[in-house]
Design a binder for this molecule. Structure first.
Ligand SMILES: Cc1cc2nc3c(=O)[nH]c(=O)nc-3n(C[C@H](O)[C@H](O)[C@H](O)COP(=O)(O)O)c2cc1C
Length: 351
């Protein structure tokens, strides 16, 4: 767990250069640089951070959220930088270019990001090939799947994703919560969700990877209860709470009125509230993964105490650099022992 400080200062030198570029160019440059970087072995995490969730052994509960590595170009590098697991995607059956640019905005004054990328990705066959090269990797690489924008049968796209990507995924995430594919979030409605999850259940190989469901923070009264019920009935293994929000809390930045999903600091209270609703709806019967505005060990600890077995982040890495994963892991290990828990799993849902 050493070396975080050196990397933080390196990132503080790189950040002003990256921030001169528009956000999407900076992101492409980051991926290109990471592709050239030597692949490093993941760090040794403190044993108190290990936990088993949905049958998978996680060395640290701090994961990289979907959307950073959409095409599975650098999952091994991100594990080497200290993420306990990495979720690639969203990947759709066919390649698609996504929405018109600009479509990604840094709201630095708010510690936030707005994106309306629209599932730009190279499609499942090309990600499959890259992930085949990662099958020797020890770390956990999850694959987030979605539906093509022009698809006439969205449920069939998820079924295709489950069949195509299961062989190369340690877990799959059914993403029905992106706000940037028109109508996608309607898959969260009870009847449609039931049809989707029953099709997924029929398509999955019983020996295949666990399947997670990723939900929005913008749900109405009673919706978490419905989603939990349907998810458990159809064998979903964990729920990821949450994706970006279409709501606009008070923001300062000039990009605040851009359309798309808002993530980062302003999402934190909404994602935490949603997590608490899912915890109270499920009573711990299905594991939860907390995402949205996590930027510090305190944020991650709060999410774990509220019922998350694991956490993920993306936006805070834009502002703090990749050393954030190791920093939060070290802070969590410190809190586990300070508060008298034997390991991180014992702290889940204890608030
Ligand atoms: C630029 C960007 C692209 C994203 N793309 C995806 C995506 O393709 N699929 C997905 O499930 N979530 C996507 N997300 C949402 C994140 O995975 C995460 O749920 C959300 O950003 C909240 O976490 P954060 O506040 O730590 O960023 C994206 C987020 C950002 C900022």
């Amino acid at each position: 767990m050493q070396g975080g400080t050196a990397r933080v200062s390196l990132y503080s030198l790189v950040r002003p250069l990256a921030f001169v570029l528009d956000a999407e160019r900076a992101h492409r440059a980051t991926i290109a640089t990471l592709k050239l970087a030597p692949r490093r072995r993941p760090p040794d995490f403190p044993p108190s951070l290990r936990s088993t969730v949905a049958g998978l052994d996680f060395p640290s509960p701090v994961g990289l959220a979907a959307g950073f590595d959409k095409d599975a170009e650098v999952p091994e590098q991100m594990l080497g930088l200290g993420f306990g697991f990495v979720e690639v995607g969203t990947i759709t059956p066919k390649p698609q270019s996504g929405n018109a640019k600009p479509r990604l905005f840094r709201l630095a004054d708010d510690g936030a990001v707005i994106n309306r990328m629209g599932f730009n990705n190279q499609g499942q066959p090309s990600a499959f090939q890259r992930l085949l090269d990662c099958t020797h990797v020890h770390g956990i690489i999850g694959v987030n799947i979605g539906a093509n924008k022009d698809s006439e049968d969205r449920i069939a796209d998820y079924v295709e994703g489950v069949r195509a990507m299961s062989p190369v995924a340690r877990y799959l995430t059914i993403n029905i919560s992106s706000p940037n594919t028109p109508g996608l979030r309607q898959l969260q409605d009870e009847g449609t969700l039931r049809a989707l999850l029953s099709a997924v259940e029929g398509a999955r190989d019983p020996k295949g990877p666990p399947i997670f469901l990723k939900v929005a923070p913008d749900l109405g009264e009673g919706e978490p209860d419905q989603i939990v019920r349907v998810a458990i009935q159809h064998g979903i293994d964990a729920i990821i709470v949450s994706n970006t929000t279409v709501s606009r809390p008070q923001l300062k930045s000039k990009w605040r009125d851009e359309a798309g999903g808002l993530s980062g600091a302003p999402l934190k209270p909404l994602a935490l509230k949603a997590l608490r609703e899912f915890r109270s709806a499920s009573g711990g019967e299905i594991p939860l993964i907390g995402v949205g505005g996590i930027a510090t060990a305190d944020d991650a600890w709060e999410r774990i105490r509220a019922g998350a077995s694991l956490v993920q982040l993306y936006s805070a890495m834009v502002y703090q650099g990749p050393a954030i994963a190791r920093r939060i892991a070290a802070g969590l290990a410190e809190r586990v022992s300070r508060e008298g828990f034997g390991n991180i799993a014992e702290a889940v849902g204890t608030e």
